[in-house]
Design a binder for this molecule. Structure first.
Ligand SMILES: Cc1ncc(COP(=O)(O)O)c(C=O)c1O
Length: 415
């Protein structure tokens, strides 16, 4: 309240003298989260070398689309049929990369030609996930950013872009608890996406549902199923869904998966079959045995994750409210799920806040990371990731971050 530049500088210097090393940058689970899944390490052994469907875990045969048992299990999570699933190895990003690369080289099922010589453009939502942007760019897609709103992608802009330009080949976004804002797509936006007129006959909705079961409140968000909605709209091949267990079991040894129409699955698995005889069956079967036997299944496990994560998200909200509430210096999201909080400064000082925080010993996601090319045109957005550090560190780091917002804003006003 009424803090001057001098008093803020003094608070900042006091933090600096504490010589802290805090990290609010990594959207990773904590070791406590990982510990919940340690039973997975021994759940497959010499007695479980053949699955109930008769697949030998140690040999090649079994199919590119993954173990039948794994397709069944993860199909329930995405709300689709097992026959619509492709279950892969530990990164959903790898499946995204594969799909995007094959689209470039060969086109998708309904394409007249490969995409590489069509100057393909991809709509992305901002602020968004930096790895999506970098992946799309390195493969050769031009990014067309549209804002994400509390109802998902800004559909007026998406419809206008898709309708007029045949080189706009699709949209890539996170439908549930988006990274970093926590926003989820509304039913109305789903209906508009799956039924809109598109200049490209092979326009595709790439929906990365990485946080579909990662609820943090008693009001779990259940977004409308894009695949079913597309089918009902008469565009059954328009949607490709992705998901993974990176933030359910182990981030470095989970399972990535995807879902689409059976026709798309047939088309894509044929191409993927040139890259691999099949995914890691032992890892898939570990997940099947562990997640099916966990009390309450996947949602039972997610309740345990929530108990670990909620105090950290609460600490973020409390610190921001204590320091910045009513100041007009920043707004921030209070997500009902996912892994991130998105903060917007009122003044264009995001890069200065991140630099100050670093000086005071708090690593934040680089300013601009949630935007294509790593540049936030307004220099206002900061992504906060409280999942990895212990709650006491989150409290400390957030107080420092909030003071950095105040100091950077005061510096800006004094210019
Ligand atoms: C939206 C989103 N998708 C995908 C990932 C990474 O998924 P995976 O580990 O399955 O490649 C992340 C990780 O932060 C993410 O935020």
């Amino acid at each position: 309240m009424g803090e001057t530049l001098d008093t803020l500088q003094k608070r900042f210097d006091d933090f600096k003298s504490m010589d802290l090393k805090l990290n609010m940058q990594r959207g990773q689970p904590s070791n406590q989260n990982f510990d919940l899944s340690n039973d997975m390490l021994t759940i497959v052994n010499e007695d479980t070398l053949e699955t109930p469907s008769g697949v030998d875990l140690r040999n090649y045969p079994g199919g590119v689309a993954g173990l039948p048992e794994a397709r069944e299990l993860f199909s329930e999570m995405l709300g689709v049929k097992a026959s619509e699933m492709i279950v892969g190895n530990n990164a959903s990003l790898e499946l995204m990369a594969s799909t995007l690369k094959w689209a470039m080289l060969k086109g998708l099922k309904n394409s007249d030609a490969p995409w590489f010589n069509q100057s393909p453009k991809m709509i992305v939502t901002i602020p968004g996930y930096d790895r999506h942007f970098k992946l799309l760019e390195v493969i050769g897609y031009e990014l067309v950013p549209v804002p994400i709103t509390e109802n998902g992608p800004d559909m007026d802009q998406v419809e206008a872009l898709a309708a007029k330009d045949p080189s706009v080949k699709g949209i890539f976004f996170v439908p549930t608890y988006s990274n970093p804002t926590g926003d989820s797509i509304s039913d109305d936006a789903v209906r508009r996406l799956v039924s809109m007129k598109t200049a490209a006959s092979d326009f595709t909705i790439f929906a990365d549902d990485a946080y579909i079961v990662h609820h943090l409140s008693d009001e779990p968000v259940k977004t409308m199923n894009l695949l079913r909605a597309a089918e009902e709209a008469g565009n059954p091949d328009r949607v490709v869904l992705f998901g993974s267990t990176s933030k359910i079991t182990f981030a470095g040894a989970g399972i990535g998966f995807m879902a689409s129409s059976e026709a798309n699955v047939a088309y894509l698995t044929k191409l993927m079959g040139f890259q691999t005889i099949g995914p890691n069956k032992i890892e898939q079967y570990r997940h099947v045995r562990f997640l099916k036997s966990y009390p309450g299944g996947i949602s039972g496990l997610m309740t345990k994750h929530r108990a670990i994560l909620t105090p950290k998200f609460t600490a973020v909200q409390d610190a921001l409210e204590n320091e910045l509430g009513g100041t007009g210096l920043a707004t921030w999201t209070n997500p009902k799920g996912g892994y991130f909080v998105s903060l917007d400064t009122d003044r264009p000082v995001a890069d200065r806040v991140v630099a100050l925080a670093k000086e005071a010993g708090v690593a934040l996601t680089p300013a601009g990371a949630p935007f294509p090319g790593g540049v936030d045109p307004n220099n206002r957005n900061i992504r906060l990731s409280p999942s990895r550090p212990p709650v006491e560190e989150v409290k400390q780091a957030m107080e420092i971050d909030a003071v950095c917002v105040k100091l950077a804003s005061a510096e800006y006003d004094a210019q």
